[in-house]
Design a binder for this molecule. Structure first.
Ligand SMILES: Cc1cc2nc3c(=O)[nH]c(=O)nc-3n(C[C@H](O)[C@H](O)[C@H](O)COP(=O)(O)OP(=O)(O)OC[C@H]3O[C@@H](n4cnc5c(N)ncnc54)[C@H](O)[C@@H]3O)c2cc1C
Ligand code: SF4
Length: 330
């Protein structure tokens, strides 16, 4: 596996970065830590002739209160004890990404935009060539759900669900200036699965903003994967909320690793607000999440198993948020 030749650009401000992106013939990719993009380039997956490295743009780095620059490395956030104490579920998710070595290069912005995964896509060029390629790179059909329109590759980032349950927003910069959007609005959930986000041409992530309400919010993250030391999520479930004396003051659940985009389950948790929780109600919630999700068979673990595990994770997540009278730990 070798890298195609590309031209590397190193801007130093957001404005220069956006300007540069306008005039590059043949297309470009933003390069953050490169831990996802460069392995994909080595497999000749959708390579572009230009890479714009974001590492020299100071504004994108570091944390100030609830604002985290898109280029902040996961390893730095992991060592930030004040961050970990303020956002325990988020810190848990960050600590579950890849390996300690990868987290030294991997950034939080890159994690939110990590390429979706499928075992017909994350393969070498000869492997894909022998099968005839697929919609997501070089081909015109899907090997998972036979049709020629939509890709069902799985969103496999750990951090997005943990941010989503905290109502995080992202700041985006582009040719038309800057805008702030709720994190989940970034993802093009109704699209063809190939265009993954609502980022316009030349737009990049500048920062993630956590609201004041997220600080100190009880939260947790659980991950299902084949090799615990290493692998992408086959399911990642984040939960946040306050359950006081068995009554639900707030509750949010979000999952990744199951479908093409990370998603929240407000339509299922909403009816529980203000209600007293019982073991029966938690089981009913877990079952409704299981029925709502639609994983397909394009990662290692079978879709049915991942659906059953999401129900298990929901029960455990809620039990960890607060004690439920008469309930067990799931
Ligand atoms: C062995 C291994 C195991 C892994 N396991 C996991 C895992 O368990 N969980 C997990 O979540 N990930 C995993 N990853 C994937 C990856 O390491 C992480 O998701 C990482 O956080 C990606 O960040 P990065 O900075 O390296 O992104 P890059 O690889 O640089 O970029 C990823 C994508 O985001 C785009 N991008 C990056 N920054 C911006 C920005 N500011 N604005 C717009 N677009 C941007 C890039 O153009 C690219 O498309 C693994 C990778 C490896 C090699
Ligand atoms: S889901 Fe289908 S189109 Fe998407 S990567 Fe897999 S085989 Fe390709």
């Amino acid at each position: 596996m070798h890298l195609h030749p590309f031209e590397l650009h190193r801007p130093t401000t957001v404005e220069e970065t956006v300007r540069l992106a306008r005039g590059l013939p043949g297309g470009f990719d933003w390069l953050a830590g490169g831990t996802d993009l460069l392995p994909n380039y080595k497999m000749h997956l959708n390579v572009r002739p230009h890479l714009i490295a974001l590492g020299g743009v100071d504004e994108l780095r570091g944390r100030s209160g609830g604002r985290v620059g898109a280029m902040t490395r996961l390893g730095d956030l992991e060592r930030d004890s004040e961050f970990g104490a303020s956002y325990p579920g988020l810190a848990e998710a960050i600590g579950e990404v890849a390996t300690p070595l990868v987290r030294e290069s991997a950034t939080i912005g890159g994690n939110l935009l990590v390429e979706t995964r499928c075992f017909f896509f994350n393969q070498s060029l000869p492997w894909r060539e022998s099968l005839g390629y697929c919609l997501k790179a070089d081909g015109d059909r899907c090997h998972v759900v036979p049709q020629k329109v939509k890709c069902y590759a799985t969103f496999s980032g750990d951090v997005a669900p943990a941010l989503a349950v905290l109502d995080a927003r992202v700041e985006v910069a582009g040719p038309d200036g800057r805008r702030s959007v709720p994190l989940l609005a970034l993802y093009d959930a109704a699209g063809d699965g190939i265009r993954r986000t609502h980022l316009g041409p030349g737009e990049l992530l500048v920062a993630i903003d956590l609201p004041d309400s997220a600080r100190g919010m009880p939260a947790n993250y659980q991950k299902l994967r084949v090799r615990p030391a290493f692998d992408f999520p086959e399911l990642g479930l984040a939960a946040a909320g306050r359950i006081v004396d068995g009554r639900v003051e707030s509750l949010a659940l979000a999952a990744g690793g199951l479908e093409t985009y990370p998603r929240r389950f407000d339509e299922l948790t909403g009816p529980l607000l203000g209600e007293r929780l019982s073991e029966e109600r938690i089981r009913a919630l877990a079952e409704s999440v299981r029925l709502a999700v639609r994983p397909v068979h394009n990662t290692f673990l079978a879709p049915d198993y991942r659906r059953r595990m999401v129900a298990v994770f929901v029960r455990r997540a809620v039990a960890r948020l607060g004690s439920v009278p008469g309930g067990t730990a799931g």
